[in-house]
Design a binder for this molecule. Structure first.
Ligand code: ADP
Ligand code: ADP
Length: 225
């Protein structure tokens, strides 16, 4: 059954220079376990779409249903909870906390959720699952390669066992070989753990890993294959 449903969604940013229509009556259904790539020119609405799935932005009109919940009817606290329990975020710049080591970065969301610090077993399990060897668990981001940092970021996104993984240019800061390894990891999470993955990318080679490529232009879907 669909885990993400957009029905006639419009997003307008009112600016002094005039309204910007970032999403224009967009409808979309994403099934559980699908691996989706979103592509399109700069300014076409990709980030807005991803932010809306991520409950960071609310539609001007239309409905966004995430895991059965309509985000327009939810309070900020409920949105925060949904974000924490159902969604995992992965970014181009990794967005790790530079003062914390790999293990502590992965622990961080669990501490926010449970208030407990004694969750190292779960974090080690997830770090091992994303292929980060144990000699690196006590390294800070600055002591890790880009690919290793992205593995830590993926472990952090996975630690709460989210239904949906949102990836914004996950290979944008990686060389081709490392990017391939990260895409193989994401593919494995989709196939073996049934994660739903929604990824924004400019890179056609990265998009090839997806089951379905959605092209958007001027806030509208121009192709869905
Ligand atoms: P993309 O990710 O495809 O580059 P965006 O979703 O970032 O596209 O932007 C779509 C359009 O909405 C652009 O014209 C952009 O300038 C505008 N936009 C996005 N976010 C905001 C915002 N917070 N305030 C005003 N305009 C925005
Ligand atoms: P990307 O590299 O992912 O395409 P963007 O430059 O489109 O990134 O957007 C980065 C962030 O800035 C997004 O969260 C988007 O909503 C916001 N943003 C984009 N355009 C504008 C704008 N004109 N005014 C304010 N915020 C914007």
């Amino acid at each position: 059954q669909p885990v993400i449903v957009f029905t006639d969604v419009t997003k307008i940013y009112p600016l002094d220079a005039g309204d910007v229509v970032a999403l224009d009556h967009l409808s979309l259904e994403i099934q559980r376990g699908e691996f989706i790539a979103i592509m399109g020119p700069s300014g076409s609405g990709k980030s807005t779409l991803l932010n809306m799935i991520g409950c960071l932005d609310i539609p001007t009109s239309g409905d966004v249903i995430i895991d059965g919940k309509n985000i327009r009817t939810m309070t900020d606290d409920q949105l925060t909870e949904l974000r924490r329990d159902v969604l995992g975020f992965i970014f181009q710049q990794f967005n790790l906390i530079l003062l914390l080591n790999a293990l502590e970065n992965v622990q961080y969301p669990l501490i926010l959720k449970t208030g407990e610090t004694g969750c190292t077993d779960r974090c080690k399990e997830v770090l091992a699952a994303v292929g980060l060897t144990s000699d690196l668990w006590h390294h800070r981001p600055g002591q890790l390669s880009g690919g290793q940092q992205q593995r830590v970021a993926i472990a952090r996104a996975l630690v709460n066992d989210p239904e949906i993984m949102l990836c914004d240019e996950p290979t944008g800061n990686l060389d081709t070989k490392t990017g391939t390894a990260i895409m193989q990891l994401l593919t494995r999470l989709c196939r073996e753990q049934g994660k739903t993955i929604v990824m924004v990318t400019h890179d056609p080679r990265t998009a090839e890993y997806a089951d379905r490529i959605i092209m958007i232009e001027d806030g509208r879907i121009t192709e869905d294959a």
